[in-house]
Design a protein around this ligand. Sequence first.
Ligand SMILES: O=P(O)(O)OC[C@H]1O[C@@H](O)[C@H](O)[C@@H](O)[C@@H]1O
Length: 286
Amino acid sequence: MPPSKPHPTRRFPGRCRRVGVTTRLPIDFSGVLLNAQHSVPRNLNDFRAVLFDLDGVLTPTAELHRYAWQSMFTEVFAEKAVPEPYSDDDYFEHLDGKRRYDGVAGILDSRGIRLPWGTPDDPPTADTVSGIGNRKNDYFSRALEERGISPYPGSLALVEQLDAKRMPMGVVSSSKNARWVLDAAGLIDRFPVIVDGVLAAQKSLASKPAPDMFLFAARALGLDPAEIVVFEDAISGVASARAGGFGLVIGVDRGAGAQALLDAGADTVVEDLAVLTEPLTEGERR
Ligand SMILES: O=P(O)(O)OC[C@H]1O[C@@H](O)[C@H](O)[C@@H](O)[C@@H]1O
């Protein structure tokens, strides 16, 4: 199963190897929606690293999570005869961007259901918050295995351009499957810093919208949050980066809604990271 899949678990050093290189990120923001409440620089020359959320920012796995949550909660709500059916609004309000069991607890709470928390080892049949979360993980794992995953082309292009400029980059994802997804998408070697749901559990880092996971990544990079750009598609994730005092928070609208992301504290919202890539030169196009 994904969490125990044999990945080359890299322990990231206290300080990212590539930090300290003075990098320039000459991205032009003209034409991109800006939040009038914050002053957004015209370019990113003052920033020294980039942190990406994973599901819905680098890879279309938010779709798989949505499908898995919907399948599992439809089943569980039927078993428990819950009158208000599960809907996509539940996903964006209670689950998107949050750690697995926090999401389950949020939805159950919204329906007035209280269950024991259980432990991460609970089987998918257990009537506990953890058991229900693990039941969803079975759906997610099967879907990922059957369908596979590739990065969004625009996200891959931006990551490649930043990598070429030796920009330090990291991933901050609530998912315990993050390393599996990054590996399957061929991205894992791009990121010297990965803060995922497994590490968050080990270090007791609070779920987004608390800033803990992003702040942990900033410390691993050896940088002040104000020096770092964050890309996030979840309302909870945008709020988390804003609460952490990150220098620039770019919302990626994959369904949460541009206004909701701006309201949560995004400086700007894009629909795809491709709009931030530099155009290819004639030679590169050939
Ligand atoms: O159950 P996992 O793989 O640990 O993922 C937890 C959460 O991870 C987040 O990245 C996703 O946005 C959520 O949809 C998901 O529920």
